[in-house]
Design a binder for this molecule. Structure first.
Ligand code: ATP
Length: 356
């Protein structure tokens, strides 16, 4: 697939010296749904605003369908944006909000009516076409904002936390609606969110940003199974990977050990480098059992019943580990043994956080 949007060494600095984006290299393929995810302030909105032409980068270039965006005025970029706060015209009816882009393009009135009604039907807002935005609920307004974009159907769709204001149930519904619409009409899409679950479920690929830098770009499977950085490991999953700082010790004639404070895990793998390291194990990759001699034991601090599984917080000395289990026979204050499923272990450099 050819590149629709290409970031080449893009940096954005706001005065006096806020480095919102630093040397971003990123390709978005034509028709791809790319989710950009990261914590508050990492530069997600800035990245979108650069594509939209609402800001200019300080360094580097952005190509849109092979043209340098510096040569393209915002209205020449054939893109549409949906924000968290809807940004609907308050004085226009839902119909006119959705028709606006088509009227600007001077499409005929019957054509406009046909398009708006078809999209409104899909989004189940047909009955609201005469209302003004302030006569709608948040979820309905969100659908109007989406409908406005879909009616105009630009080549590039930009979403900035569009489901941020919705309640969790409605969010899930809109998420599958967006995924379905994209499957039907695969437009090049950049979708910004700080919600890892939204990123995992919507993105064909995910770009993880932290402090203005790209940490990893990959499919949801790659991001979950092979996090390139400790931050990515801790960010994805609910909760994320348990990361334990420690050291690997090797002694002649005895198995290598991973040591964190007073806790020692014997390692099955003898090829591990010695020295400072961070061990990462997902909550679903621990085995919990009744206390056994020689095993690592801890005390259950908290049990959360999440219906189909339980999330168990185990305290081992001063180390807190979260473990997911489908077993229901563990209680708070029980002493238990835990062991990592070593084949699922992630190892990171202790000081840089990079995957080893
Ligand atoms: P959030 O999830 O909270 O919306 P974000 O990841 O979208 O955050 P941005 O809005 O892109 O982050 O902001 C990135 C950084 O740039 C932040 O530190 C922010 O304070 C700063 N910033 C954004 N816009 C401006 C501006 N116009 N002037 C100065 N600093 C700005």
């Amino acid at each position: 697939m050819s590149s629709a949007i290409s970031f080449n060494q893009v940096s954005k600095t706001f005065p006096p010296n806020v480095h919102a984006l630093q040397s971003i290299n990123l390709e978005v393929a034509e028709g791809e749904f790319l989710v950009v995810v990261g914590p508050s302030g990492c530069g997600k909105s800035t990245l979108l605003r650069l594509v939209a032409g609402l800001e200019n980068q300080t360094h580097g270039s952005i190509d849109i369908f092979g043209k340098d965006s510096g040569q393209l005025a915002p209205q020449e970029r054939d893109l549409g944006m949906v924000f968290q706060n809807y940004a609907l015209f308050p004085h226009l009816s839902v119909f006119d909000n959705m028709a606006y882009g088509l009227q600007v393009r001077r499409e005929s009135a019957p054509e406009i009516r046909k398009k708006v009604e078809r999209i409104a039907q899909k989004l189940e807002i047909l009955e609201f076409l005469r209302r003004k935005p302030n006569q709608l609920s948040g979820g309905q307004r969100q659908r109007v904002a989406l409908g406005r974009l879909l009616a105009r159907d630009p080549k590039i769709h930009l979403f900035d936390e569009p489901l941020g204001n919705l309640d969790p149930q409605f969010r899930a519904g809109m998420r599958s609606e967006l995924a379905r619409l994209h499957q039907e009409r695969p437009r090049t899409t950049i979708y910004v969110t700080h919600d890892q679950a939204e990123a995992m479920t919507l993105g064909q690929r995910i770009c993880v940003l932290r402090k203005g830098e790209v940490l990893q770009v990959g499919t949801p499977e790659e991001i979950y199974d092979l996090p390139s950085h400790r931050f990515v490991a801790e960010f994805f999953g609910s909760p994320g990977v348990n990361c334990i700082d420690g050291k690997i010790d090797k002694k002649e004639g005895s198995p290598s050990k991973f040591r964190s404070g007073s806790i020692q895990f014997p390692l099955p793998n003898h090829d591990m480098p010695t020295g400072s390291i961070t061990l990462g194990i997902r909550p679903e990759n621990w085995t919990l059992s009744a206390p056994e001699n020689g095993a690592i034991t801890g005390v259950i601090e908290r049990v959360e019943n999440l219906g189909d599984h339980r999330l168990i917080g185990v305290l081992i000395d001063d180390l807190n580990i979260f473990i997911k289990t489908t077993r229901s026979d563990f209680k708070e204050k029980d002493t238990v043994s835990i062991s990592p499923q070593w084949e699922q272990a992630h190892w990171f450099e202790r000081y840089t956080g990079k995957r080893i």
